[in-house]
Ligand binder design. Sequence first.
Ligand SMILES: *[C@@H]1O[C@H](CO)[C@@H](O)[C@H](O)[C@H]1NC(C)=O
Ligand SMILES: *[C@@H]1O[C@H](CO)[C@@H](O)[C@H](O)[C@H]1NC(C)=O
Ligand SMILES: *[C@@H]1O[C@H](CO)[C@@H](O)[C@H](O)[C@H]1NC(C)=O
Ligand SMILES: *[C@@H]1O[C@H](CO)[C@@H](O)[C@H](O)[C@H]1NC(C)=O
Length: 388
Amino acid sequence: MRVCSGWRRRLYCLPFVLFIPYFLSVLELHQSSTIEGSQKKHSKKFDHLVLGPAAGQGLHDRLQCQGTKALNKTHIATSSHESNFGESIALITVFTIYNSSLALHADGRSSDLVTVGNASYSKMERSMAILNVFINFIQATMPQSNVIILTDPASEFSLHRDRVTIYPIQGEYSRDKLMLQRIRSYIVFLETKLEEHSQGHGHINHYIFTDSDIAVVDDLGQIFQSHPNFHVALTFRNNKEQPLNSGFIAVRGTPDGILRAKLFLQEVLKVYSSRFMNASRMLGDQLALAWVVKSHPYFDTKRFSKPQAFLEDIGGTSVLFLPCAIYNWTPPEGAGQFHGMPLDVKVVHFKGSRKRLMLESWNFFISSSDISDMLCLILMSGRTKYDF
Ligand SMILES: *[C@@H]1O[C@H](CO)[C@@H](O)[C@H](O)[C@H]1NC(C)=O
Ligand SMILES: *[C@@H]1O[C@H](CO)[C@@H](O)[C@H](O)[C@H]1NC(C)=O
Ligand SMILES: *[C@@H]1O[C@H](CO)[C@@H](O)[C@H](O)[C@H]1NC(C)=O
Ligand SMILES: *[C@@H]1O[C@H](CO)[C@@H](O)[C@H](O)[C@H]1NC(C)=O
């Protein structure tokens, strides 16, 4: 599936069909959709942090770095964050691991082990580590929020963490259907929340559905306060074919918001099933999202060319479009144009072969306690391809 790649007209990602990894997760699909062909994999991927120059230096609205020291400290000390208005937020991700993967790895091919800091990980442990770091970042920047992991009831993993709920939803989570199933699972989840509201049990809990290879680096609760009128929020970028990313979908937790979000996603699902099943198992959801939005008669796609939030009614659902540059930031791979990191970035996406950097960043943050410095590390290292 495609992820945000900054403000470039051309993207260099091609959907590669690689061979089956031993377990399925959305983040694994990301890995196999990155541009490097399997041939090049070994020569170019690093097993340690590699820092390059920080892009965007000298631009007044971009993060300025001196080494990994940030000159702009724009991110508030995280522990002082409190959510307002008594409304809570849940971040939701789809994650599955299957037991057969354990058997396949039981022979412990040592070449599969990678080391980050003082820990080494097998392939399956890597996935779990990423899920844990995903949760760590959320709990550091949004300590009042909850995390919900939607999974296949047949998926087997255990995770015992405060404020984290595992929520099995029946479905078809096979590799080819995973992105389709992800939307279905979102819909089923929203239906149960709607049901709770109709029985008078629901309190206002906003939902943000995301990929699990992201770091939330600022409080996302402000989206719901600064933009009081949307039902669903999506992230967009300046890309003609794939302007919308499916890796970040926020839903206002009012009964109306949940209902509208559900109807919107049902429309996306319908378009996905009827038009894009053959497009790609990775891209289908994003193509379907874009199709639903663009087929709205008054929608002006020129608005995707400026990284500014805007609101649009799409078939009765009020959709807030948020710039990827801030809510789904990832440096482009390869030679793409790259203007650095906006000062107010809120979500960093560790697309493709940047998963090591996600863990290294967390370790760096733990030792420095400074989000802005960590963002300098990410800015300088984000174009490197890693082995993780
Ligand atoms: C960021 O830091 C640089 C270097 O100290 C400074 O020149 C610039 O004005 C700062 N930007 C903002 C928006 O504060
Ligand atoms: C790794 O090192 C950190 C401190 O740098 C320590 O807190 C942690 O417990 C260590 N983990 C393992 C598995 O040894
Ligand atoms: C894998 O499946 C076996 C048999 O069903 C079970 O005993 C084992 O606990 C499972 N492993 C994990 C990690 O869930
Ligand atoms: C999908 O299949 C239809 C006909 O079955 C074809 O017209 C369309 O071009 C295909 N789309 C892609 C992206 O392959």
